[in-house]
Design a protein around this ligand. Structure first.
Ligand code: UFG
Length: 319
């Protein structure tokens, strides 16, 4: 198959690209290289492009035709929750505007399959042990809103012109499938802790008084290679006529607290560091874990790697 991967030079996208190349697909990466790294995409073709720009539709149509593209995996997006609160217009322009252009070009070029990168941020602050896809989504920041609207956009395109779609709601992604594809952004817990250790600072724990077993927030950490494999499973699913669902949680179903993640980092790094307990961070739900029964049943996918492998591979790949 010929697959166009938007955001394919990013941390998650490059894992998807490598798996597609390994299984023999032709891969075209559309990426503005604002945070992506060209060296990550291997033998894939690069179309350097900001999806929200005025010439994006024409550039995408040209790429669809040149490479006879069969399907799109759409990961390109801005993804910093805090920044989205400060710059909502930018997030809507980039994430929604980019998607308008992408879907317009797909319709014009008759590319009728898409796997969309959504997020557990669509749920907001659910007060349940494990969130299922049927829960009403109440995103609490513009980033999560753009992801939920993206899900609506592909569903609308499905009704209007027959787009086949699957949206993957990522939980907390970490780890590295290959050392050269490490998460180089310092935006999430694991890379933030690694940076603090490299600078001889104590990692911060945002709140130790949550109603959780050890008082720190619980998240569902999923290995980036498992997540990448879920994209291939979703792509294969779009070929099936008996599809039941279009939205899937991608997590492990297992929650880990901030203290548990830190303990694993102590074990793997061999560094016996102290932590500094800080006030709660605004907007953090105490617990966010996936109910993974749907993706297992319908896509036949489940995570194969746990917290130990996440931290071990992230540590081995750290820059
Ligand atoms: N945390 C700390 N100290 C830090 C950094 C984070 O204690 O220095 C805590 C946070 O408070 C949170 C947990 O570690 O409890 C994980 O925080 P991250 O910032 O790594 O991830 P989030 O769960 O806040 O957000 C992630 C993605 C978002 C996505 C969200 C939805 O980064 O893009 O999951 O599931 F929207």
């Amino acid at each position: 198959m010929s697959i166009l991967v938007t955001g394919g030079a990013g941390y998650i996208g490059s894992h998807v690209v490598r798996l597609l190349l390994e299984r023999g697909d032709q891969v075209i990466v559309a990426d503005d290289i604002s945070s992506g790294v060209v060296g990550r995409i291997g033998q894939a073709e690069l179309v350097q492009l900001d999806l929200s720009s005025t010439d994006a539709v024409a550039s995408l149509n040209a790429a669809f035709e040149k490479y006879s593209v069969d399907a799109v995996i759409h990961l390109a997006a801005r993804k910093q929750v805090g920044e989205s609160v400060l710059r909502p217009e930018f997030y809507f322009e980039q994430n929604i505007g980019g998607m308008v252009n992408l879907l317009t070009a797909m319709q014009q070029s008759k590319v009728s399959k898409i796997v969309f990168s959504s997020s557990a941020a669509t749920y907001g602050m659910p007060d349940v042990v494990a969130v299922s896809e049927d829960l009403i989504c109440q995103p609490i920041n513009p980033y999560g809103q753009t992801k939920l609207i993206g899900e609506w956009m592909v569903a609308n395109a499905s009704r209007a012109w027959g787009l086949k779609h699957a949206s993957l709601r990522y939980f907390n992604v970490a780890g590295a499938g290959w050392p050269d594809l490490a998460d180089t952004a310092v935006m999430n817990l694991v890379p933030i802790v690694f940076k603090a250790l490299a600078e001889n600072r104590q990692p911060a724990v945002f709140g130790d008084d949550y109603p959780t077993p050890d008082g720190s927030c619980v998240r569902d950490y999923v290995h980036v290679l498992d997540l990448a494999e879920a994209h291939l499973a979703a792509l294969d699913y779009l070929e099936r006529e008996d599809r039941q669902s279009s939205v899937f949680n991608v997590g492990t179903g297992v929650g880990s607290s901030v203290f548990e993640v830190l303990a694993e980092i102590r074990r793997v790094s061999g560094i016996d560091f102290e932590t500094s307990i800080e006030p709660r961070r605004a907007g953090d739900p105490p617990r966010l874990c996936a109910d993974v029964s749907r993706i297992k049943k319908e896509l036949g996918w489940e995570a194969k790697r746990g917290l130990a492998e996440i931290i071990e591979t992230a540590w081995a790949a750290r820059s």
